[in-house]
Design a protein around this ligand. Structure first.
Ligand code: TXA
Ligand code: MG
Length: 323
């Protein structure tokens, strides 16, 4: 397991979860706010702790793909191929739900989101718990997802019964969500498992849809944010100097740059030039800048290539635009 979490802590966390409590735990993507997926009161506490609208469905986390038939009525061959290729890992599959799956978990839809995470602490917890755990990102609704235990503490503090500290998340942004409940696969949320990687395994095109709703439903009406409180402006490399010069000299500005030759600002962060490394540090970087009392965070747009697609999506959302 992780050098930071002991077997006794896992045992304690399982006892809390079985009693209907909330335990935040690390996954490889972001920290999740865990609760027993079969306990309606516990799931209700998750929504209350996050300030999350009730109709917003939650992902059920499982120890193994072998548990899928307990949650989904059909596990189509194509979905099994994705599970075989990417689980345990940062992929969520939307499948037709079993009748017993609670409406408060699925948002009243006839589908359920399922994921087998890769983090050793998450897997140890799920194995010891022996059932499904709902685990939305462990942040207040619309805030940035936490990628460290300290960030969970800031976001949810007293509202959780325990936090398992498994260190910084290695992927850093939320899982790729693919709806496999319909006639064709639809990617509802991009993640570090790219559209192209999904298509390669499936041997067919994958369409893009909207987060929060299965493909059969109308497009989502609810804008989602993954946003710091500080204003975020996303600019091309060429537009950055112009924008900086347009600001009053007194403006407190941070820049998140890929290009090293750009103008300096009070808080200048040079971000990693590889997509995987960039994703790993993005939320923690924004979270720390958000505490500096800045007027604006300027982010240099990232490359328009498939490996950066999920990061582009999150940057657009952080800057308040719909994708
Ligand atoms: O990486 C992740 O997925 C993280 C970690 C903790 O596993 N979890 C996460 O959960 O990002 P959350 O609740 O912040 O985002 C879950 C997303 C939401 O956009 C929700 O609408 C969508 O999954 N979702 C869940 N069930 C669904 C369903 N049946 N149909 C369509 N979308 C669904
Ligand atoms: Mg979230």
């Amino acid at each position: 397991m992780s050098n930071m979490v002991t077997k006794a802590e896992i045992t304690q966390a399982v006892a809390v979860l079985r009693a209907g409590g909330l335990v935040a735990f690390p996954t490889e993507t972001v920290y999740g706010l865990g609760a027993d997926a079969t306990n309606e009161a516990a799931v209700g506490r998750v929504f209350a702790a996050k300030g999350r609208p009730r109709h917003h469905p939650l992902i059920v986390h499982l120890a193994s793909a072998a548990d899928i038939p307990q949650w989904a009525t059909h596990f189509p061959a194509a979905a099994q191929a994705l599970a075989g290729a990417f689980w345990p890992g940062p992929l969520t599959l939307i499948l037709k739900k079993q009748a017993h799956v609670l409406d408060c978990v699925t948002g009243g839809q006839d589908t359920v989101g399922l994921r087998v995470p890769q983090h050793p602490v998450a897997l140890a917890l799920l194995q010891a718990f022996g059932g499904g755990l709902v685990a939305p990102s462990a942040n207040q609704f619309t805030h940035l997802s936490p990628t460290t235990a300290q960030a969970v503490q800031q976001e949810l503090g007293e509202q959780v019964d325990g936090i398992l500290d498994g260190g910084a998340c290695t992927v850093g942004i939320e899982s790729t969500i693919v709806d496999m409940s319909g006639a064709f696969p639809v990617m509802l949320r991009p993640g570090m498992i790219s559209l192209q990687a999904l298509e390669q395994v499936l041997g067919m095109p994958v369409r893009e849809g909207h987060e929060g709703l299965s493909a059969v439903r109308a497009p989502g009406m609810h804008p989602l944010h993954y946003a710091p409180r500080t204003k975020v402006v996303l600019l091309s490399t060429a537009d950055m100097p112009v924008y900086l010069q347009s600001l009053p000299v007194s403006a407190r500005v941070a820049t998140l740059c890929l290009t090293t030759s750009l103008l300096t600002s009070a808080y200048r962060v040079t971000m990693p030039s590889q997509a995987e490394a960039y994703a790993r540090v993005l939320y923690d970087t924004l979270r720390q800048l958000d505490q500096q009392g800045l007027d604006v965070i300027i982010i240099e747009q990232v490359p328009n290539t498939p490996d950066w697609a999920a990061i582009r999506d999150r940057l657009l959302k952080a800057s308040g635009e719909r994708t």
